[in-house]
Design a protein around this ligand. Structure first.
Ligand SMILES: [Ca+2]
Length: 172
């Protein structure tokens, strides 16, 4: 093989190696896109402006929180909506409460998800704001674009705090 031929072979080899790396990078990024895991919202809607620090419910920081003053039964807070950049195939929500008041409080919490554009209630139960822990809610799998939440207090007016809320996305 002459010098030019050897150079051509080297060039083909180098291009081949680069293409192989690019393919691996592409495949691994595709896998990452489709892999399952917890996904935080990336936006919110608060039509009545009754909630405060809404983005704290999806900033990945368990010490920051979104909050509102909750009226006494049977009055509800207005809904706070959490939105996703693109709809997510999901079957579970996890959320963490923040206890703001020192005295124990019990809330009726109502959580809905928008599945294919229709609201479905996935959780409506009484819950104490203590302890501050993660709560998981499973629901019939669907393509979710928004979560909305409202609550009421069973005794007296109380502050309600939400540290984080996430959807379980399944891989494809
Ligand atoms: Ca937070």
């Amino acid at each position: 093989m002459n010098k030019n031929g050897s150079r051509t072979v080297s060039t083909i080899l180098i291009v081949g190696v680069i293409l192989a790396f690019l393919s691996l990078f592409y495949l691994s990024s595709k896998k990452q896109e489709s892999s399952s895991g917890w996904v935080s919202p990336n936006g919110f809607l608060d039509p009545d402006s009754e909630w405060t620090d809404e983005a704290n419910a999806y900033d990945g920081n368990e010490t920051s929180f979104c909050w509102t003053l909750v009226p006494t039964y049977p009055a509800w807070t207005p809904y706070v909506y959490f939105t996703f950049a693109s709809p997510i195939s999901a079957s579970e929500i996890t959320y963490k409460l923040k206890g703001i008041d020192v005295a124990p409080a019990t809330f009726l919490i109502d959580i809905d998800v928008s599945i294919n554009g229709a609201w479905a209630t996935v959780f409506r139960e009484y819950q104490s704001d203590y302890p501050e822990q993660w709560y998981n809610i499973s629901f019939e799998a669907g393509v979710v674009s928004q979560i909305r939440l409202r609550c009421q207090s069973t005794y007296a007016e109380k502050y309600f705090g939400l540290s984080e809320i996430k959807l379980w996305k399944f891989g494809g």
